[in-house]
Design a protein around this ligand. Structure first.
Ligand code: MG
Length: 354
């Protein structure tokens, strides 16, 4: 089986409501769908999205990187994936989302060649998964209303976007806890929005008031591993690194600095499934847990992340709700949602179609 062609196009849709974090606001989601064709007639589908504020990539840079990398791997034999993935990884620095799109499409194609779903190819620890739902950073009243609706829709795990004014953040979290009671699981994502001191103060105040948090994600600047460690040592809940961890090398550094209890793995940050597996292996060896998250990205990308999450024993949490935030489905096939439950179609690869 040989790679004969690689093509890509932009697809987009409006979000049901604006997605707001401490870093950015988004109301329209535009992504790239990548298709790798082979001489056997089989295709592999992948996807990526520009998240300039996090990975530094734009639509223009994704186009350029896909063109550059596809020239390097076109014509290669697909006996095994390792030589192709190595070419992609070492072909250029950075550009992790563009690399992830090709890595995903190749994994889709290869598991199709084997005739099994991707999660089985990746080890198949489980064939089940459920996701939390993200509540955007808004006024306390609006966040309570959104959380109430999510709970009614069957979501028992909510990820609250915080990272605004400290007092208001405490009100937001406790407003939701009081409105929904103890049945709902709450986790926080500050997207680097707090100072080290504020992070410790806010989390401890919330816990003292009965906030009962599962974990806190990226409270402070991603590059501030000493700050992360200080927060971790002074709060009573697990700390998850997100903007602090892109690569396996970052994972090693976090372990050395004892800066987190868990890693939020995103394919767009690390460059695809092959690198994500290395991060999971580091977590497992060092006794950390993983969650698998996603950027605001394509259905193919989120589907690949779901297959990865189900296949790994290290993954304790999944934050794969992006398709639920979209007003329409612009890509065919892939994972299927039933409330918070994610199901895999009984098809080889990702089960995506053109
Ligand atoms: Mg995050």
């Amino acid at each position: 089986m040989k790679i004969t062609n690689i093509s890509w196009e932009r697809v987009g849709c409006k979000l049901k409501k604006p997605f707001i974090t401490a870093l950015r606001t988004l109301d329209y989601l535009e992504v790239i769908q990548v298709v790798i064709s082979s001489d056997s007639g089989e295709i592999g589908i992948g996807g990526c999205a520009p998240t300039a504020a996090i990975t530094g990539e734009t639509m223009g840079s994704l186009d350029a990187a896909l063109l550059f990398l596809s020239e390097k791997i076109k014509g290669m034999e697909i006996e095994g994936l390792a030589p192709i993935l190595y070419k992609i990884k070492t072909g250029m620095a950075g550009n992790t989302s563009a690399k992830a799109a090709l890595d995903i499409a190749l994994h889709d194609l290869y598991s199709k060649k084997l005739g099994i779903p991707l999660y089985q190819y990746l080890g198949g620890f489980s064939d089940r998964l459920s996701t939390d739902l993200t509540i955007s950073l808004n006024s306390m009243e609006e966040m309570v209303e959104d959380a109430n609706q999510a709970f009614k829709d069957g979501f028992k795990e909510l990820k609250l976007k915080v990272g605004g004014d400290p007092d208001e953040d405490v009100s937001r979290i406790m407003g939701i806890r009081e409105a929904l009671g103890t049945e709902v699981k709450l986790r926080l994502d500050a997207n680097q929005g707090w100072t080290v001191r504020d992070a410790v103060k806010i989390v401890n105040r919330v816990q003292d008031m009965g906030g009962d948090l599962d974990f806190v994600e990226q409270p402070v600047k991603g590059t501030d591993l000493k700050g992360m460690r200080f927060v971790r040592e002074n709060i009573g809940v697990p700390l998850v690194a997100d903007e602090s961890i892109f690569s396996p090398e970052d994972a090693m550094r976090i372990v050395e600095e004892e800066a987190a209890d868990g890693f939020n793995i995103k394919l767009m940050k690390c460059g695809g499934i092959s690198e994500a597996l290395k991060i999971s292996a580091i977590a497992e060896t060092a006794g950390l847990f993983c969650m698998v998250g996603a950027m605001m990205e394509s259905h193919a990308g989120v589907s690949a992340a779901a297959h990865l999450a189900a296949s790994l024993k290290t993954v304790k949490y999944a934050d794969l709700d992006v398709p639920l935030l979209c007003s329409e489905k612009t890509e065919k096939g892939g994972i299927i949602y039933n409330g918070a439950e994610i199901r895999f179609p009984d098809l080889p690869g990702l089960g995506m179609e053109l």
